[in-house]
Ligand binder design. Structure first.
Ligand code: ADP
Length: 497
């Protein structure tokens, strides 16, 4: 099947196909859409059909150099650095409005390129608009201070932008994470060289085209598509970039940090996770079990904060495993454009092979495969919801991030044991706690070493809710108030009176 054979489900889908058909895979540098200097391009594939969607410009060092030069020029231009915060807020509000006005098209592009169910991508596009709106609110509230000094002088603090920000994104929730990164950078007065993930660049390119149609000055947002080892590494190493924000694997995150050393660029990293979701015996079991399934199947498990280690009090393990598999077995896996679908495909054949290799690893280490474990169909990268019972926390399926719909159910004895095992991981991105005991909820929330804790729920997010990792899940924070600090620096000014 090729794109033209796809029957659009709505007007946004129709527009998405028309836009993709127009050949949009160029770089955005200094307000101009251009081919890669090498002339090279690569294919992006619809993971549900394996059809080639479009060719994308393959940016490399020379393209990143040009984008950094454009971003520097825009950063220093009075049309960006000299404007009032009200105008900067207005630019962000305009972007929010254009995202919302084109939400159905953006959602369809996301679903075509990434494979997430259409209802989910539509919700994420709504979230992206909210992110721009949330950060528009910050623009007029980024304060310096006056500091105490003696009567001979006057001391104050300015909070200033970092400069040119390189932003390297992952493929799992491309538009929403692009919105987080761009909105924060712009709110603080920075300019951006953005690299989407090579597996799913299209929604970012469409976002950039929509931003182009607003009156944001050229060069404030630049997009360089391409591969990690070329375009990504060029951004990470670039002496003209002041800060890098990265979302992706822990292994690459560590490389980004090492690359930052030369010019000491500031770095924020949003990395992997192996998050514990703990169901205590006094929990509302119906809610906990339903949410537990959603937390490992949502977006086919391609979520860094997915609750992939489910801790259940040992006497309840058999019952909970049975109920989890009962619900997960009813999940509908199929075309992400089909109404009522629960899970679309994984992003790529490589990711599917990786996920299935962990099913073998779980079996080999003696875990009990209670559900799934296989591919669905022979076209598209669909994998069944997969549940392992009888997992111990030292097995690979409990220690390594799989990034697929694979759940490990692990028994615990008591509260201390749940906390110990929950924390016994190199990661620390998120955690869930299910209990009706108020004291226990707060006690365990304090004891778990993770950047985000959900109590009696799992997964809700929002611009206002800070996100980031303890331990090897990351460096710094995105969203919420802390993100402003990550995109600004302070300067103290002493004036002799
Ligand atoms: P995943 O394993 O989920 O694909 P990666 O960490 O490999 O995650 O990729 C996340 C992002 O980092 C992508 O945009 C990718 O192109 C980029 N990337 C990969 N390798 C490098 C690298 N060596 N330097 C900079 N960016 C990279």
């Amino acid at each position: 099947m090729n794109v033209s054979a796809t029957v659009p489900v709505n007007d946004g889908h129709r527009k998405a196909l028309a836009w993709i058909g127009s050949g949009p895979g160029k770089l955005l540098i200094g307000g101009q859409w251009v081919d890669a200097r090498s002339g090279k391009s690569f294919e992006t594939v619809d993971p549900a059909t394996e059809a080639v969607l479009a060719r994308i410009a393959e940016g490399e060092q020379a393209d990143v150099d040009a984008a950094v030069a454009a971003a520097r020029k825009a950063f220093e231009a009075p049309s960006w650095s000299g404007i009032s915060p009200y105008l900067r807020a207005r630019y962000l509000l305009n972007i929010a409005e254009t995202v919302e006005a084109n939400a159905d098209e953006l959602a369809a592009i996301e679903t075509l390129d990434n494979g997430m169910p259409l209802a989910m991508s539509r919700a994420r596009v709504g979230g992206a608009a909210e992110l721009f709106r949330y950060y528009a609110g910050w623009v007029t509230k980024i304060f310096g201070r006056t500091d105490p000094w003696d009567s001979s002088g006057f001391l104050y603090t300015l909070r200033e932008p970092m400069g040119v920000c390189g932003q390297i994104n992952a493929w799992n929730v491309p538009l929403a994470t692009a919105a987080i990164k761009m909105a924060t950078a712009l709110a603080c007065g920075n300019t951006v060289v953005f690299k989407p993930a090579e597996q799913a660049s299209l929604s970012t390119l469409r976002l950039a085209a929509l931003i182009q149609e607003t009156d944001l000055p050229p060069g404030v947002v630049n997009i360089v598509t391409g591969f990690g080892t070329a375009a990504g590494a060029a951004i990470a190493n670039h002496a003209g970039i002041d800060k890098v924000a990265f979302t992706g694997s822990t292994a690459v995150g560590k490389q980004i940090l090492m690359s930052s050393v030369d010019n000491l660029k500031r770095v924020t990293l949003e990395l992997g996770g192996k998050s514990p979701n703990i169901i205590f015996p006094d929990a509302d079991m119906d809610q906990a079990i339903k949410a537990a399934v959603g937390s490992f199947c949502g977006n086919s498990g391609q979520v860094c904060s997915a609750g992939t280690r489910l801790f259940v009090q040992e006497s309840l393990c058999d019952e909970v495993t049975e109920r989890i598999t009962g619900i997960a077995a009813g999940y509908k896996v199929g075309s992400p454009f089909e109404a009522g679908i629960d899970m679309g495909p994984l992003i790529s054949d490589k990711q599917m092979a990786r996920v299935l290799s962990y099913v073998d690893a779980g079996r080999d280490e003696g875990a009990r495969l209670a559900l799934g474990g296989g591919r669905v169909g022979s076209r598209g990268y669909f994998v069944q919801p997969t549940v392992f019972g009888g997992v111990s926390n030292d097995m690979r399926i409990a220690r390594e991030e799989i990034f697929g719909p694979v759940l490990s159910i692990i028994p615990f004895r008591d509260e201390d044991d749940a906390i110990f095992q929950g924390n016994d991981t190199t990661y620390g991105l998120a955690a869930g706690i299910w209990t009706r005991d108020l004291s226990r909820a707060h006690r365990v929330a304090r004891a778990l070493k993770a950047g985000r804790i959900w109590v009696n729920t799992y997964g809700p997010s929002g611009a206002i809710m800070t996100f980031g990792g303890y331990k090897q899940s990351g460096y710094g924070r995105e969203q919420g108030a802390e993100s402003i600090e990550a995109y600004t620096q302070t300067k103290s000014v002493l004036v002799k009176l």
